[in-house]
Write a protein that binds this ligand. Structure first.
Ligand SMILES: Cc1cc2nc3c(=O)[nH]c(=O)nc-3n(C[C@H](O)[C@H](O)[C@H](O)COP(=O)(O)OP(=O)(O)OC[C@H]3O[C@@H](n4cnc5c(N)ncnc54)[C@H](O)[C@@H]3O)c2cc1C
Length: 446
């Protein structure tokens, strides 16, 4: 007889990492509900920094992930990115970002397969189950189940619901509605309105062209192209290109971002993800240096994503429902940190749920601790990602190309690079350990 049941809505990195982390506790029954008809991650890359890698190790995923990674994950200083000014006919490298352990880059479908392989036999996965909303009994009725309502008309019951359903999260929408109704009935109208606004994702003003290209095709064009061996970040006014080798160097992951900060927070019309052509990409980046153009010429399949984020929420929990990953704090991807942050949420939440002090009657307490310990850090990382994006695209106050004067200003570029390094250093210089200890002590003291 399990001590309680957990339903996880969403089988992306956050949801599956949560299921793997909960697999360490045989007295918790886990069901993962995924909207898609099968588990199929986008065929791109994802980078994991040492802070998140330490959790990957704690979950016992490191050996299998290391087998499919390009960089060997250890503590030695590694070249994480060459920073290059690319929005001109002749680009130039102005900084090399060396960091302890480097950035471990993994093909997303491989990551997903490994996570699925590590689920305990008692965890069940259900595909084709798109959550529409949930209803939970009034606070205090800790023994009545939460009901999940799916698009196909079916329902399911659980004691705890973890919303891991990404930036468009149906769990977040219901949770925020619950909080807004409570605020409204207590006469706090402004708070209720702010909460309603927070239910909807907001467009960041940024679009990302995403693709992978065969390394052999690029090698045939430019035999010594740096990205065949090293990760690259090309900077430009209102745009940025990140590219790095994947799958032992057989393919190159390319993400090209176009930023319109004047449109941040507006509504993006039309679908968020569309297939497009390399001609559109080439036109959007015309005038960029030849080594960027060479990558674009190797593109065969390309999609354009409108990057959406979430408003800063006042809480990630309501009663026995908690949000993790993008559903709680979707950010622009300029620190390569969203998946790592989802893994951190999952690990901390699972540690609290699995603790012997947490029972059906004390679940809300455990979730409250998760929220109070995790939320400030996750929201800070999201804000730092926004700032890094502005630095990468020369939109940070005082750091626009217009401030460069004649030609490129080496000192200014170096200052930008060092500012990015300082803002980003949490990802390799810190760990989640302190927060886990603090949360567990808090739980044990309560
Ligand atoms: C271009 C780009 C590059 C990035 N690079 C990096 C990187 O290098 N490193 C990094 O750490 N992060 C990176 N990120 C961010 C990272 O991809 C996300 O933060 C991460 O995938 C979030 O994981 P998640 O599980 O919270 O959400 P998702 O990955 O969005 O997963 C949500 C899951 O829930 C399912 N779902 C949705 N709605 C429902 C519903 N109603 N019911 C049930 N299931 C539902 C979806 O089908 C999906 O499987 C990048 C993002 C972008 C756009």
């Amino acid at each position: 007889m399990p001590k309680f049941t957990v339903a996880i809505c969403g089988g992306g990195v956050g949801g599956l990492a949560c299921a793997v982390a909960l697999s360490r506790y045989p007295d918790i029954e886990v069901n993962v509900y995924e909207a898609a008809s099968k588990f199929a991650e986008v065929g791109a890359g994802v980078g994991i920094w040492p802070r998140a890698w330490k959790i990957v190790q704690a979950l016992g995923l490191d050996r299998e992930l290391a087998e499919v990674a390009v960089v060997s994950p250890d503590h030695h200083p590694k070249l994480s990115f060459n920073f290059r000014k690319g929005d001109q006919p002749e680009g130039h490298t102005f900084y090399q970002l060396y960091t302890p352990g480097g950035l471990v880059t993994i093909h997303r479908p491989s990551f997903q397969r490994i996570l699925l392989r590590h689920l305990s036999p008692s965890s069940r996965t259900h595909t084709g189950k798109r959550l529409v909303s949930y209803s939970q009994p009034a606070q205090g009725s800790s023994h009545s189940p939460i009901t999940l309502h799916f698009e196909d008309g079916s329902t399911a019951a659980c004691d705890v619901l973890v919303g891991a359903d990404g930036v468009k999260s149906a769990t977040r929408a219901t949770l925020v509605d619950e909080l807004a109704r409570a605020a409204s009935s207590a006469g706090r109208r402004d708070e209720a309105e702010a909460l309603h606004r927070a239910a909807q994702p907001r467009w960041s003003g940024i679009c990302a062209y995403r693709t992978t290209i065969p390394a052999d095709a690029l090698r045939a064009r430019v035999p010594g192209h740096k990205v065949l061996k090293e990760p690259m970040a090309y900077f430009g006014q209102d745009a940025q290109v990140t590219a790095y080798p994947l799958l032992h160097g057989d393919i190159i992951n390319v993400a090209a971002f176009r930023a319109r900060y004047d449109l941040e927070g507006t509504t993006m019309r039309g679908p968020w993800v569309v297939d497009t052509t390399k001609d559109e990409l080439a036109a959007d980046f015309s005038g960029w240096e030849p080594e960027v153009q060479a990558m674009f010429q190797c593109v065969s399949k390309l999609s354009r994503w409108a990057i959406h984020t979430t408003e800063r929420l006042p809480t990630f929990v309501s009663g026995r429902v908690a949000l993790v990953g993008d559903s709680a704090h979707a950010a622009v991807p300029f620190q390569g940190a969203g998946a790592g942050q989802a893994i951190e949420d999952a690990y901390l939440l699972a540690t609290l749920l699995g603790h012997s002090k947490t029972t059906l009657s004390t679940l809300t307490r455990a979730l409250k601790i998760y929220d109070e310990v995790r939320r400030p850090y996750a929201q800070l990382v999201a804000e730092t990602s926004r700032e890094c994006g502005m630095l990468f695209t020369f939109n940070y106050p005082g750091f626009s190309s217009r401030d460069f004067g004649e030609g490129s200003d080496a000192d200014k570029l170096r200052t930008i690079a060092e500012t990015i390094r300082r803002k980003w250093s949490w990802a390799w210089d810190t760990t989640l350990d302190g927060d886990v200890q603090r949360a567990v002590q808090w739980l044990e003291a309560s």
